[in-house]
Design a protein around this ligand. Structure first.
Ligand code: EPZ
Length: 430
C-alpha cells in the first residue's frame, strides 16, 4: 500500500495549479443521468472518487468517454469527460457501490425524476460521523415521492405522472440534500421552492450546468432556490469550477512553511472566510490575474480561533488543515467543529508529531509549539490526511503518512504539486 514520505523544513516557492473541484464534479456527473443527451464536463480532476463514480454511473447505463487529449493547465491535467445515459438500464444503486462513496447515494434524485423510481442503498455511517439521510427523504417526499426503507435500501417511487413541484424548508443545511432536491425538481411538474438551501459554490455550479441543460433554476447560491420544472433536459458543455478546498489547503501549507506561492486557476471569492483566517495568522494573500498569491516571510504564525459553518462560513473541509497550521502558532487557538460530530481524528495523529491539542466536546484547544518532529502517522479521512501532510512539511525530519488512498480520493497529484514548489514529498510503494 502506498505511503507518502515527507522530509520537512523546506519553504514553498513556485506555482501550484488548482484542479477542478471534486465536490462540484461529483454532483455534475450525477446530473448527467437526467438527460438522454451528452453532458460534457471540462476540468474534471483525476481522483479516485471520480473513477468510482464513473463505475457507478456505468452501472446505471451511462456511456462514458474520457478525452484522449489531456488539456494542459499548468502542470495539472484537467480531463474532459463525456457522459451519455441514452437509456437507464438499472435504477438500483447497490450497497457494494454506494458504501464506497457516500455521494453516490445522490443518484436517487435523477433516477427518481427521470425513471419514476429508484432503489438506492443507504450509505451508512462514515469516519467523520453518522451522516443520516432524513433530509433527502423529507425533501423528496415534499415532491410527492413515496419512500420506504427495505433491507438497507431506500425504495423511492414517484406518483403516476411524475414528481410534482413542492415547497421544502431544510431544518438544517445540507449540501447533498440540496443537490438532490434541485436535480429532482428540474423534471417535476410545476414549481419547487427550497428554503434554507445550502449556499455552497458547488450548488451554484450545479445549477449553472442544469440551466445550460435547459432547467429553470433561480436563486442557487442563496438560501432560497426556485425551480420551475421542465419536461426534459438536453445535453450541455460545462467547466467544473476550481477546487476551493484544494486552494485553501495549499494556502495553509504556505502559511505553515513560509514561502511565496501562486495558486493558479482559482478564485478567492470561493473561500473568502478561510483566506481571511489565513491572513490573520500572518500570511499575505493577494489576487493575481489567474488566482491567488500567498506569501509568508519570517513572521511567525499567529493563533487564530475559527468555527466551522456552512458557506459562507469557514468550511469544515478545511478545519483539519487549519488545525495543522495552528499547531505551530505562537499561542493558544480554538477550533470548533459544528458540521460533523466526529471530525477530529487528526488530533491524535498531529499529537504524534508533537502537537499539543486537547478536546472538549466539539472544540479543540491548540497550544502552539515551536517545533514539530517527524513521525509515522496514519491518514484517517481525506481532509485529516492532508492536515498531516501540512504538518509534516513543517516538522523536523521524516514524516511517513500511511493509508494514502484517502488522499487520492480528493487531491490530484499532491506530491508532484508540492515537490515542484521545493517540498520534499514522495510516494513510496511497498
Ligand atoms: C458535502 O457532504 C461534502 N461532500 C463534504 O465534503 C462536506 O464536508 C460537506 O458537504 C459539508 O460541507 C461532497 O460534496 C461530495 P451535508 P454532504 O449533507 O453533502 C447532516 C470532503 O472531505 N445531515 O451538507 O454529505 C450531516 O450529518 C467531504 O470532501 C443530516 O442530518 O454533507 C452533517 O452533520 C466530506 N441529514 C450536516 O447535515 C441528512 O439527511 C451537513 O452535511 C443529510 C445531512
Amino acid at each position: 500500500m502506498d505511503r507518502i514520505r515527507i522530509v520537512g523544513g523546506n519553504q514553498l516557492h513556485g506555482v501550484i495549479p488548482i484542479s477542478g473541484a471534486k465536490n462540484a464534479a461529483l454532483p455534475l456527473m450525477i446530473a448527467s443521468l437526467l438527460t438522454d443527451d451528452t453532458l460534457t464536463l471540462e476540468n474534471v480532476p483525476h481522483l479516485a472518487d471520480v473513477e468510482q463514480l464513473i463505475r457507478i454511473l456505468g452501472n446505471h447505463g451511462a456511456d462514458i468517454s474520457v478525452n484522449g487529449r489531456r488539456e494542459r493547465q499548468g502542470e495539472s491535467y484537467a480531463r474532459t469527460i463525456h457522459f451519455t445515459s441514452r437509456n437507464i438500464v438499472s435504477t438500483t444503486a447497490p450497497y457494494e457501490l454506494v458504501s464506497k462513496m457516500r455521494a453516490s447515494f445522490w443518484v436517487i434524485g435523477p433516477l427518481l425524476a427521470r425513471e419514476g423510481k429508484a432503489r438506492v442503498s443507504l450509505p451508512g455511517g462514515c469516519a467523520i460521523g453518522t451522516r443520516p439521510v432524513d433530509l433527502f427523504i423529507e425533501g423528496l417526499a415534499a415532491l410527492g415521492a413515496n419512500i420506504e426503507i427495505d433491507g438497507g435500501y431506500i425504495d423511492a417511487t414517484a406518483p403516476e405522472g411524475g414528481l410534482t413541484g413542492g415547497r421544502y424548508v431544510f431544518p438544517k443545511v445540507s449540501v447533498g440534500a440540496t443537490h438532490v432536491l434541485m436535480m429532482a425538481a428540474t423534471l417535476a411538474n410545476g414549481t419547487t421552492v427550497i428554503g434554507n438551501a445550502a449556499r455552497e459554490p458547488e450548488v451554484a455550479d450545479l445549477a449553472k450546468c442544469l440551466n445550460a441543460m435547459g432547467a429553470k433554476i433561480t436563486g442557487a447560491g442563496t438560501g432560497t432556490i426556485t425551480i420551475e420544472g421542465v419536461r426534459s433536459l438536453s445535453g450541455a458543455r460545462h467547466r467544473v469550477l476550481p477546487d476551493r478546498i484544494e486552494t485553501g489547503t495549499y494556502a495553509m501549507a504556505v502559511a505553515m512553511t513560509g514561502g511565496d506561492v501562486i495558486l493558479e486557476d482559482t478564485d478567492s471569492s470561493l473561500l473568502e472566510t478561510a483566506l481571511e483566517a489565513i491572513r490573520r495568522t500572518g500570511a499575505e494573500i493577494s489576487e493575481t490575474n489567474s488566482g491567488i498569491r500567498v506569501v509568508r516571510n519570517r513572521a511567525g504564525i499567529r493563533p487564530v480561533d475559527i468555527v466551522t459553518d456552512p458557506f459562507p462560513g469557514f468550511p469544515t473541509d478545511l478545519q483539519a488543515q487549519f488545525m495543522g497550521l495552528m499547531t505551530k502558532s505562537s499561542g493558544v487557538s480554538h477550533i470548533t467543529e459544528t458540521i460533523f460530530e466526529n471530525r477530529f481524528m487528526h488530533v491524535q495523529e498531529l499529537a504524534r508529531l508533537g502537537a499539543k491539542i486537547s478536546l472538549s466536546g466539539q472544540t479543540a484547544k491548540i497550544e502552539g509549539v515551536s517545533r514539530l518532529k517527524g513521525a509515522p502517522v496514519m491518514a484517517t479521512d481525506l481532509r485529516a490526511s492532508v492536515s498531516l501532510v501540512i504538518a509534516g512539511l513543517a516538522a523536523e525530519g521524516e514524516t511517513m503518512v500511511s493509508r494514502v488512498y484517502h488522499l487520492d480520493r480528493g487531491f490530484e497529484r499532491l506530491e508532484e504539486k508540492l515537490t515542484r514548489c521545493g517540498a520534499h514529498v514522495e510516494r513510496v510503494s511497498d
